[in-house]
Ligand binder design. Structure first.
Ligand SMILES: [Zn+2]
Length: 87
């Protein structure tokens, strides 16, 4: 697995933590750049700015039982990921 594919390039989650092992393309093949939470059937599941997405993920993590610090730590580098880099 190459370095780029170690983390989802949309949310930053380690791909090894993705129960589906990656997103899905429109033709049902695996997409290894984005995780199954971010990318399904060839489209992103969340449409919006990186700031909105950061906030969305932070809330999801807090609701999932992570503390606020971990949620902040996890989402703060998101704007450097490939999906958001040029926005
Ligand atoms: Zn993701």
């Amino acid at each position: 697995m190459s370095k780029e594919n170690k983390f989802c390039q949309s949310c930053g989650m380690p791909m090894s933590k993705d129960p589906q092992g990656g997103g899905t393309n429109a033709d049902d093949s695996k997409n290894l750049k984005y995780c199954s939470y971010c990318y399904q059937n060839g489209a992103f599941t969340f449409d919006g700015t990186v700031k909105e997405f950061q906030e969305f993920c932070r809330q999801e993590m807090i609701e999932g039982g992570h503390n606020r610090f971990m949620a902040w730590l996890f989402t703060r580098g998101m704007n450097r990921l490939e999906r958001w880099k040029n926005k």
